[in-house]
Ligand binder design. Sequence first.
Ligand SMILES: [Zn+2]
Length: 58
Amino acid sequence: MKCPNCQGRNLGRIGNEQYYCWTCYLELSIEDGKMNINQIEEDGSLSSLNDIFYQSGS
Ligand SMILES: [Zn+2]
């Protein structure tokens, strides 16, 4: 498994189906076989970056 942002493998597992990229500080979670990408804000909340990585249409 690689980080979809930096293509790196510097991922730490933080939970069941949850990973954290130490390079770009993104939280990655697998849900129904699809990867969700979240940015962790300074206050600890998550903001989804899925819209950036999964462009609609092709
Ligand atoms: Zn990364």
